[in-house]
Design a protein around this ligand. Structure first.
Ligand code: AMP
Length: 272
């Protein structure tokens, strides 16, 4: 992979990178299309990274479809698809990790200890091997994007990070590989995440500035749907991810909700 990328760079091409865990959908495709606008040598990686899954999470059952993924990457104009094996990424004696001190102490980092250490580590490794000029990430994983931006700044990666808006189903549900876990009944119920976020945005647009009032309205709405279990509903500063009491300059609402055994996350910027 490094040789391919190095040759492209030497030929004066702009290398753009979209990291994924595969089972690709239109959200990933949108990232690839964005990538094609920002570079001319598009690399996609497909790697279900074991170090970002905790014990009892869905590493083994994470959906996979390599043949379908490769066809989609080709249709989107990817020049290379990097599909490393777990035992070559983390061989015997592996012991080096990248971790951030503050950003993981919020939101998903609290319910998934070690998750962002796994993410920062694998993205570092992928960045070294793919050596891109630009990398595109989805805003769907808002905290992940914040972690990557911070890490790139702190560790002097000379890589431009682009965040791409969340691609949604017609009813508003954010597209996700994990949506394939949902039963038809839970799939219908899952629309409540987007309803809570867009309702919160309407409240802010109408002048509400009290974060607790908005969070409590959103929690109530979600819990009206039977079978939902809230992990978190938070109104945060978009850069630090610290909880806000009052909505001032900028605010993002983030939530994680379980439906059956499936944990879904989503977010929306309420004030840009
Ligand atoms: P994943 O394969 O879930 O690890 O996601 C790979 C990349 O695609 C990450 O940067 C995600 O944020 C992004 N992504 C996943 N779902 C969506 C979506 N619905 N819209 C935009 N980007 C997404």
């Amino acid at each position: 992979m490094f040789a391919e990328s190095d040759a492209a760079r030497r030929a004066g091409r702009r290398v753009v990178f979209v990291p994924t865990m595969g089972f690709l959908h239109e959200g990933h495709l949108a990232l690839m299309h964005e990538g094609k606008k920002r570079g001319d040598f598009l690399v996609v990686s497909i790697f279900v990274n074991p170090t970002q899954f905790g014990p009892g999470e869905d590493l083994e059952k994470y959906p996979r479809n390599l043949a379908g993924d490769l066809a989609l990457c080709e249709s989107a104009g990817a020049e290379a698809v990097y599909t490393p094996r777990a035992d070559s990424m983390y061989g015997a004696g592996y012991q080096t990790y990248v971790s951030l001190s503050d950003l993981p102490n919020h939101l998903c980092g609290l319910s998934r200890p070690g998750h962002f250490r796994g993410v920062a580590t694998v993205v570092t490794k992928l960045f070294h091997t793919v050596a891109p000029h630009v990398a595109v990430f989805g805003q769907k994983d808002f905290q992940q994007l914040a972690v990557i931006r911070r890490m790139v700044k702190d560790l002097d990666f000379f890589i431009e990070i682009v965040g791409h808006p969340t691609v949604r189903e017609a009813d508003g549900l954010a597209k996700s590989s994990r949506n394939s876990y949902l039963s038809p009944d839970d799939r219908e119920k899952a629309v409540v995440l987007h309803k809570a976020l867009s309702g919160a945005r309407e409240r802010v647009a109408a002048g509400e500035r009290n974060a607790a009032a908005i969070v409590s309205w959103a929690r109530d709405l979600i819990l009206e749907t039977p079978g939902t279990e809230i992990d978190y509903v938070s109104l945060c500063d978009p850069d630090s991810l610290e909880d806000l009491a009052e909505i001032g300059e900028a605010a993002v609402m983030l939530l994680a909700v379980k439906l059956g055994t499936t944990r879904l996350i989503d977010n929306m910027v309420l004030l840009p």
